[in-house]
Design a protein around this ligand. Structure first.
Ligand code: NAD
Length: 318
């Protein structure tokens, strides 16, 4: 299949990730069928997309007209067969459960036309595991989007051991066309790039918090105003080169034996989970939240992310 042959997308799973992925392709001009086993989530997804598009319009990213045009390209379809029967590309964003995903890939292989490329948005699992449930292993690929997927530009592309270059190249071109910054992962490893790097940082963040080294507010501030400030512009390895690899080598030699290398998540985090302190969605995590505050935080987050996105596109064009 060539990029110009791609017309119809299907997104399976309309939760946190699925609705934003559907929005991205609809904004890029594609017809999108969105499906979920939960009717309430599926209906809410369309309202969430409308809300996201209104935030985009308020921030000058799209015109008011584009809200209606984009929504008109999205159809919520509960029935899986109807949702995928004419799809050129299907992206699944159902729960991170290996058995659910294996079963779904098997169903998709039966229900989709033979040309259809099947992609998974798993955040940790290996695509070869799902591809092996199909008779089209060359047309199965992993695309790992980052939350919120309609805003964060990076999408990791991971091939399974039988995924063809043609499939990976087409997905790369498609993601670029809808405004993403796709990254090719050269070896199929669990967690890929982004989650491995993020978890390595979080292991130390959680350890420092548990040890009472600083308040949660100050830990966030140190990252936002410190290395996080640099990372969004120049990434870790260019930062290394600018700081000097001799210095970084000496610092690593001294600090590596002293930083956390536990193979288990911290007990403090386990206790929070057991106490129902799951974060904003339950009103308490590292910080306290009321429902109105959550809405305000998301609105502010998206506004700031969109400003950063504008700056990123400007720097890419210059
Ligand atoms: N949340 C994140 O930050 C994030 C980031 C990157 C990748 N992911 C990955 O994206 C996927 C979805 O995560 P999410 O956060 O959107 O989860 P979510 O719980 O918000 O949404 C999952 C949706 O899948 C639906 N579902 C479950 N089984 C289904 C089936 N058989 N057919 C159709 N729909 C089904 C559920 O009803 C639910 O609406 C997971 O694989 C997750 O690991 C999540």
């Amino acid at each position: 299949m060539r990029l110009e042959d791609v017309k119809n997308m299907a997104v399976i799973g309309a939760g946190i990730m699925g609705h934003g992925i559907a929005q991205t392709f609809a904004s890029g001009g594609y017809r999108v069928s969105l499906s979920d086993v939960n009717d309430t989530i599926l209906n809410n997804a369309v309202n969430r997309i409308r809300g996201n598009l209104e935030t985009f319009a308020r921030n000058g990213f799209i015109s008011q007209d584009e809200i209606g045009n984009t929504l008109s390209r999205i159809t919520a379809i509960p029935d899986l067969q109807k949702a995928v029967c004419d799809a050129d590309i299907v992206i699944e964003a159902v729960i991170e459960d290996i058995e659910v995903k294996r079963k779904l890939f098997n169903q998709l292989d039966t229900l989709c036309p033979s040309r259809t490329i099947l992609a998974s948005n798993s955040s940790s699992l290996l695509i070869s595991d799902f591809a092996s449930r199909t008779k089209r292993q060359d047309r199965v690929v992993l695309t790992h989007w980052i939350n919120p997927p309609h805003i964060v530009p990076t999408v990791e592309i991971i091939k399974g051991d039988k995924t063809s270059d043609e499939t990976a190249d087409l997905i790369y071109a498609l993601l670029k066309k809808v405004g993403k910054l796709p990254v090719r992962i050269l070896k199929e490893i669990p967690g890929y790039l982004v989650n491995r790097i993020q978890l390595a940082m979080l292991r130390e963040v959680w350890y420092l918090w548990e040890q009472g080294v600083a308040t949660p507010e100050d830990i966030d501030l140190a990252v936002k105003g410190g290395f996080g400030f640099r990372l969004a512009s120049i990434g870790p390895l260019l930062t290394n080169d600018l700081g000097g690899n001799d210095t970084n080598y000496r610092v690593a030699k001294y600090l590596f034996p002293l930083i956390n290398d536990s193979h288990k998540p911290p007990l403090g985090l386990k206790k929070m989970v057991e106490a129902g302190e799951l974060g904003a969605k339950t009103g308490k995590g590292f910080f306290d939240y009321s429902h109105e505050e959550w809405d305000r935080i998301i609105e502010q987050r998206d506004r700031e992310f969109l400003q950063r996105l504008k700056a990123l596109y400007r720097s890419q064009q210059s």
